[in-house]
Design a protein around this ligand. Structure first.
Ligand SMILES: [Zn+2]
Length: 398
């Protein structure tokens, strides 16, 4: 009996197999990264035709899901690294032969920086290739973070801090530190497969007087917030400053849960004050500690702004069509809604069910697109974020 039997229509490609994100207890997970299967072409790598994934050196294991979509479970199939285990080593299946099941997990370990593929061979380990998963392994870029627990006008944070109520057994300081570390860990679940690692170097207590926002009335609350970030005591010029601020203590109503203005955005907006010869820049991340939910995915979204993932639109902070009239339209479909930097709306709407129920449990989607397609300029996020972070002056500022 034939191993596969499908109707082939004129000009139609048939994919006998497919790849997807592997299962984890909770998504996002650095062990089970998103597979970019948003189409097949890639203008950055025109010879590649298929799904893509990336990982960083130092990750002990990466899992991906393999599907026999249009081929019998009786067909003998082999998963083989195209460069014979030089860039990655396939751990499962250990001898290459895939199990006789509809779905299975392929696990591999990154070995060296570079680009390779996991090829699926038909019938023999060196038989015809019927599909591939393209894999990029990156050297890790460490990104330094300083977290500020900001008290505004001497006011304390609430017991509800970064989306969780303080357990009775913990002091406020213990609860706050634990939440910050948990959120950074959650953020790294998103970015590690892209070669980026957030290194929380210190947590400091920082006091903001009301005057730090500038004089009342507070007409432009974004500018007032950037002004406070720029003028903050303890601001580091060798870290991304993450300001955790108790929203209700601020002298105006916030219209955001968090913002992540990148350096270039702050400078372009004139959010730079000449307190030093170079001027203090209102870049970094500002999070309302009273906002709930607050997850690693939400924080990762703000880091995505810091990494300039929306810089293709004016000033690098807004999203597209909704925020920027006249900007280039981009894709909106079932995969797009899984994206970390969902291009059609702001984070204000991230509680909407259509964005929440996208395969990450209670988290919003965290996918970064790998491929480049000129018709959608928001693509190639994984490589763009990585290349941006290679230049430290893009991340850190006085
Ligand atoms: Zn955003």
């Amino acid at each position: 009996m034939a191993d596969f039997k499908v109707n082939i229509w004129d000009n139609q490609r048939i994919y006998l197999i497919d790849f997807g994100r592997a299962w984890a207890k909770q998504h996002p997970s650095r062990w089970c990264p998103d597979i970019d299967n948003i189409g097949y072409g890639d203008e950055a790598y025109p010879t590649e035709n298929g799904p893509k994934v990336s990982a960083r050196l130092g990750q002990p294991i990466v899992n991906v899901r393999f599907f026999r979509t249009e081929i019998s479970t009786k067909a003998r199939l082999y998963a083989i690294a195209s460069d014979k285990n030089q860039t990655i080593r396939i751990i499962t299946p250990s001898k290459g032969e895939l199990p006789a099941t509809r779905e299975s997990t392929i696990s591999f370990r990154p070995i060296k920086q570079g680009r390779t593929s996991i090829d699926i061979h038909y019938h023999w380990p060196d038989g015809p290739i019927i599909g591939s998963l393209y894999v990029e392994i990156r050297r890790t870029i460490n990104i330094n973070i300083r977290a500020h627990i900001v008290s505004v006008n001497g006011q304390p944070h609430g017991n509800d801090f970064l989306g969780e109520t303080r357990p009775a057994a913990l002091t406020a300081a213990q609860h706050q530190e634990r939440r910050i570390r948990d959120l950074i860990k959650g953020t790294n679940q998103v970015f590690e497969p892209h070669g980026l690692f957030l290194n929380l170097r210190e947590i400091v207590n920082t006091a903001w007087p009301l005057a730090i926002f500038g004089p009342a009335p507070y007409a432009d609350i974004l500018m007032c917030s950037l002004r406070a970030m720029a003028h903050s005591p303890n601001r580091s010029s060798t870290r991304i400053n993450l300001y955790i601020v108790h929203g209700p203590s601020i002298p105006f109503a916030l219209t955001f849960v968090a913002i992540g203005p990148p350096v270039a955005f702050a400078i372009a907006k004139g959010a730079r004050w000449p307190n030093t010869p170079a001027g203090k820049v209102g870049s970094g991340i500002f999070v309302d500690s009273s906002a709930s939910p607050m997850t690693g995915s939400i924080l990762a979204h703000e880091f995505g702004h810091n990494f300039s993932l929306t810089s293709l639109f004016p000033h690098g902070i807004g999203h597209t069509v909704e925020d920027t009239p006249g900007s280039t339209p981009c894709r909106d479909d079932i995969i797009t809604r899984r994206r970390l930097m969902y291009p059609y709306t702001t984070l204000r709407n991230s509680n909407n069910n259509w964005r929440m129920n996208v395969g990450y449990g209670n988290n919003m989607g965290s996918m970064l697109i790998q491929r480049r397609v000129a018709r959608d300029v928001t693509f190639e996020e994984s490589k763009r974020a990585y290349n941006f972070c290679l230049i430290l002056n893009n991340l850190y500022a006085n």
